[in-house]
Design a protein around this ligand. Structure first.
Ligand code: FAD
Length: 456
């Protein structure tokens, strides 16, 4: 086989977020000559903006907190959350290879003790990891093992020969890979064109996620006949202020601590314990495409400074939290119809007291877990939030070994993909933390396939 002219490597990794750094480190550590090609002038992608929650089962953090989890329950929860659409073989592989994530987090010394039940979980399984420390550690390890990191270099096309992927083109330059290529280009949350194509009803969501998330890897593999998975289920995430900037992660899920959601008419409209992806879709169909998280001082006291999704102090500092001594005054400050908020809260509190069934079927704080709290103790608070397109959890069809499959199921030889560019893991909805876990785990799996593989 003749390789294209240009710089030659054993392997090329396209995209320098968590999945790309994990793959690059693993390839370099296996002794391969590897280049990581990143289109922006810095590494990190959506991974660096993320909350840092990882879904993992059976960890020391869980054991210390006396949380009894197991791989079987983790798998069952993901299958349930996926609503029958996620690929069970991928989820089994995710659970089976979790140790890759645990090992990288150990090496980076990036654990915290923060552990919680979050979207899609029946058990406290969301682990807060110091994500920037983890990314920096993987980069250091990759460079120390000899990897070349090339910034400001967008891959534009995959080069094939005899149906093998043998290199990438970037402008006039060709980079050749003798053993394989890993696409880790992230999702398409910043591509209005792809959102309009796959999920037009979600396209009005506020664009968020890494600015490099324009679906490049998906398009490049698609050009070679790659199959797609889950793209029709892509949904925005509810819980972000409309003025949030890329500089800071600002998501709040006070509803998982006891808040209710009310729309601009002061009415509830959904079961607030659902995944924030499900809530994202519900909020997109409300007036003004927004909803207030309404809570009292008991929930306010559950805030955890510095912990993404639960940090009300930071949101207050940013001037995005609205407070008032009574519900009537809060309703007025929010511009709600007179009496609407009080009526909604009264009705909800009747449900919490067990006197009437909830109109929307809410039975717990998150995913049916946790005892409901009345909205009763002054002062009262509101966080106005919208649906943001943080991540797109559909993408390329892959096998459990991270190889990219064509539409007909056959393998595209020499091409692997990991992280948000792939589909099949989430199905209809999303369990918090599975995006980062899958990026880290399958970056390593793809690297191992290339390092252990042979070329014809
Ligand atoms: C605000 C926010 C909070 C989140 N919180 C969580 C969380 O707590 N837990 C969780 O599990 N998930 C979370 N997610 C989702 C998660 O962060 C992503 O799904 C995950 O980080 C994707 O990792 P990745 O390595 O696949 O892609 P990314 O980290 O996005 O990296 C992709 C990289 O590829 C580069 N690239 C793109 N195209 C090209 C090209 N043509 N050539 C070269 N380089 C290219 C990009 O510039 C980028 O650097 C969150 C996302 C956001 C935006």
């Amino acid at each position: 086989m003749t390789a294209p002219h240009g710089r030659r490597f054993d392997a090329i990794v396209v995209g320098g977020g968590l999945a790309g750094l994990a793959a690059t480190h693993r390839l370099a550590a296996a002794g391969l000559h590897v280049a990581l090609v990143e289109k922006r002038d810095r590494l990190g992608g959506s991974s660096a903006m993320s909350g840092g929650w990882f879904a993992l089962s059976g960890t020391p953090v869980q054991r210390r907190a006396a949380v009894e989890d197991s791989d079987d329950v983790f798998l069952a929860d993901m299958l349930e959350t996926g609503g029958g659409f996620a690929d069970p073989s991928l989820l089994r592989a995710l659970v089976a290879h979790q140790a890759h994530a645990v090992a990288a987090i150990d090496r980076a010394d990036a654990w915290t003790d923060e552990l919680k039940v979050s979207a899609g979980m029946t058990i406290a399984r969301a682990h807060l990891i110091r994500i920037r420390g983890l990314l920096a550690s993987l980069e250091r390890e990759a460079v120390a093992a000899g990897a070349s990191i090339v910034l400001g270099r967008p891959a534009e096309a995959l080069i094939t020969e005899d149906r093998w992927v043998i290199g990438i083109r970037s402008g006039e330059e060709v980079l050749a890979a003798d053993a394989g290529i890993v696409l880790t280009t992230g999702g398409f949350s910043r591509s209005r064109e792809l959102l309009d194509l796959f999920v037009p009803d979600q396209a009005p969501a506020m664009p968020y996620g890494g600015v490099g998330s324009t679906g490049d890897g998906l398009r490049m593999a698609w050009m070679l006949g790659a199959g797609l998975a889950d793209v029709g289920h892509v949904a925005g995430t509810y819980g972000q202020h409309a003025e949030a900037t890329d500089a800071e992660h600002e998501l709040l899920t006070a509803n998982y601590l006891g808040a209710i959601l009310v729309n601009a008419l002061g009415a509830r409209f959904t079961d607030e314990s659902e995944s924030y992806k499900v809530l994202g879709s519900a909020v997109l169909s409300q007036p003004g495409r927004m909803a207030f998280q309404i809570f009292d001082s008991r929930v306010r006291a559950l805030s955890k400074p510095g912990v993404p999704l639960s940090d009300m102090e930071r949101i207050e500092e940013l001037g995005h939290l609205v407070g008032a001594p009574t519900l009537t005054q809060l309703g007025r400050r929010l511009g709600l119809p007179t009496g609407a908020l009080e009526g909604t809260v009264d009705q909800y509190n009747e449900t919490v007291a067990g006197r009437v069934a909830d109109a929307f079927g809410r039975t717990g704080l998150v995913n049916g877990v946790g005892a409901l709290l009345p909205v009763a103790r002054a002062p009262f608070y509101a966080y106005p939030a919208v649906t943001a397109m943080t991540s797109t959890y559909g993408g390329l069809r892959v096998a459990p070994d991270a190889s990219v499959a064509r539409v007909d199921g056959s393998r595209i030889e020499g091409l692997y993909a990991a992280g948000e560019v792939v589909g099949g893991f989430h199905g209809a909805s999303y369990m918090t933390g599975t995006a980062l876990t899958k990026a880290l785990v399958f970056g390593v799996v793809a690297a191992d396939m290339i390092a252990g593989g042979t070329r014809a």
